[in-house]
Design a protein around this ligand. Sequence first.
Ligand SMILES: *[C@@H]1O[C@H](CO)[C@@H](O)[C@H](O)[C@H]1NC(C)=O
Ligand SMILES: *[C@@H]1O[C@H](CO)[C@@H](O)[C@H](O)[C@H]1NC(C)=O
Ligand SMILES: *[C@@H]1O[C@H](CO)[C@@H](O)[C@H](O)[C@H]1NC(C)=O
Ligand SMILES: *[C@@H]1O[C@H](CO)[C@@H](O)[C@H](O)[C@H]1NC(C)=O
Ligand SMILES: *[C@@H]1O[C@H](CO)[C@@H](O)[C@H](O)[C@H]1NC(C)=O
Length: 658
Amino acid sequence: MYPISTFKQKALLVCSILSSAGSATDPLHTRLDNGLALTPPLGWNSYNHYSCSPNESIIHSNAQALVDLGLQARGYHFVTVDCGWTLPNRTESGLLTWNPARFPNGFPALGQFIHSLGLGFGVYSDAGIQMCMTGEPAQGGSLFHEQQDAETFASWGADLLKYDDCFSEAATGYPDTDYSPVVSPAPRYKNMSSAILSTNRPIVFQICDWGVDFPSAWAPQLGNSWRVTNDIIPAWRTIPRILNQVVPQTSFAGPGQWLDLDMLEVGNDVFTTPEEQTHFSLWAIIKSPLVVGAALKDSLTSIKTASLDILMNQDVIGYNQDSLGVAASFRRRWTAEGYEVWAGPLSGGRTVVAVVNLNNVARQLTVDLPDVGLQHAGSLKDIWNGMTASNITTSYTAQVGAHGTILLELGNVTAAGEYMNPQISGNRAIFTQIYGLTSSLNYTAKIALPTTSDPFSLSVGTSTYTVSAGITALDIPISLNATQNNTLTVVSPVSPTSLWVSAPPVTFYPSTAFTAIGDAIHITCHTNLCIPVGSKIGDLSPTGSASLSITSTSSGAKFVDVYFANNDIALATSWEYGTNTRNLTIAVNDVVTRIEVPLSGKSSELFSPGKGWEDTGIFGVLVDGWKAGSNAVVVGNHGGAGGYQTYAADFVGMGVYL
Ligand SMILES: *[C@@H]1O[C@H](CO)[C@@H](O)[C@H](O)[C@H]1NC(C)=O
Ligand SMILES: *[C@@H]1O[C@H](CO)[C@@H](O)[C@H](O)[C@H]1NC(C)=O
Ligand SMILES: *[C@@H]1O[C@H](CO)[C@@H](O)[C@H](O)[C@H]1NC(C)=O
Ligand SMILES: *[C@@H]1O[C@H](CO)[C@@H](O)[C@H](O)[C@H]1NC(C)=O
Ligand SMILES: *[C@@H]1O[C@H](CO)[C@@H](O)[C@H](O)[C@H]1NC(C)=O
């Protein structure tokens, strides 16, 4: 538990925003080093379109289309036959075998065909006693047959294995799916991982346990990718849901080991074009494997041009395959306004930014570059609007469709807080488009000056400073409003060359300083959890809140880092309308700001001490209503249950940029 005063910190404008993403300091566990998937695997898989009914002609025509449509040339390589390829029973010698009615020429010949096109052959099995095939005759899985099956797959020339998790929980009689197994899936995946390695054939291993037991914590040791959520479903709501689950996990991705957001629905006539662009953009920049799940071509149908154009976009594929291999992370969400920003670094000093329009209306949206750590971009590519621009300072505004995404590549960038080239007019130097994260009197401006041999006086607003000879930088306090458009005028006989603006100090108020009201309760957390407080306030609801009086020297909208805990994975409800977000409201002098927070859990929802509900996430938000003097701050779930979750996320504390 930290007293308030020892957790004061001075931060650059963007520190708090960057830290709301999965922390870059997560220790990376030992990783499988099979030399494969140094960039995310790209390919095609039969499941999203053909479900568990693949057959030879389907695989042949789609593999051929991958080549003919030019997708192979863009990097799509693996052709994976998902569930439905086997005979229910093993052969007399105990081997898995293909269904000859569906694959008359057999799997070895299928592998040869795929290889003859220069593509990789992906096979599918399951870490349970049966494969995932409800309603079909039961098909044997690989549990307890790992070595034998790995050798079979290798002998057929397999280059990739997708490994599912149905019928795997012994303690409950091997049900089809068990989202709360009594033991971790990890040892079953370890057995197949070892079996594959022992074949000495390079086989990409894709773990698919739907995120049960937080595989980001163990799967990097065993496989090249792991599913982080339950299946994608053919409905728009699946996209924000998957993204909310990915938020705390992006730092676990890296070369050879990727978060699998599930196969693509692009081209399946599920989404509008802007929705397909959002889906493809976010999957690409978070560095998910990009696995086409549409019918590219078969005897009945072929993919639409608009969808193919999305899958073929060279820039977006390039972000996915970028040599840095850093997954983009969640940066900021405007809950009431319905949009959010993700961003990540690319090679060559570039940054990729996605502004996701969560609302079902087309509109203009603005991204402030400081929200992604930048102040200026020499070059900008707006991918889906098909535009380029140069010399972008502080903000960029563009049109975006309903549920669409503004996807930007920024080059030749400067860090947030740095302003150059003031407009000079006589003895006035005017810096414009200065970004204010928060409304405050407590910013620091560092004004860079050329060397002079004589002292001179310089003024900003009503304050005048004497600059001694030889001084090349002056640090002064300034006030800014929470907008993108502040102006700073420096009156001086010597023109400043540049300006650095640092955000006000953030004052941290732990949940322990708040009074729990009504049904809300203080909860002590396990050792080293609910960081940095060690405890949290739970049961925040329309009838339970937490209050504190906070003193400010100024009024206006203040930026607040809300430290919260939410691990409502809600796996089973993901097939319908279940949500994995939680509401939280912050009322300042009765002005209410609602936020909808993503998951924060970075540990097992089943077996870790806090079950992921004591892993802190940070959500940055501008909160209005502050006055100079004392402020009544109430954290709760104002209006909860009226269409939102009744219970809020748990509250660990808040950092306020006063
Ligand atoms: C598959 O195995 C089951 C159980 O061993 C047996 O009852 C069934 O007859 C077999 N089916 C075929 C087609 O051989
Ligand atoms: C494969 O599936 C396609 C499309 O569903 C169907 O037209 C074709 O007859 C099937 N072929 C075999 C061998 O089952
Ligand atoms: C893994 O394989 C070993 C050796 O075959 C076996 O004893 C063990 O039960 C397997 N573990 C699981 C979880 O299947
Ligand atoms: C980068 O931007 C600076 C100004 O911000 C400009 O002087 C320089 O020419 C640009 N470099 C490139 C490679 O575009
Ligand atoms: C960039 O834009 C600023 C105004 O925002 C202008 O002062 C400056 O001259 C421009 N630089 C270039 C290289 O166009």
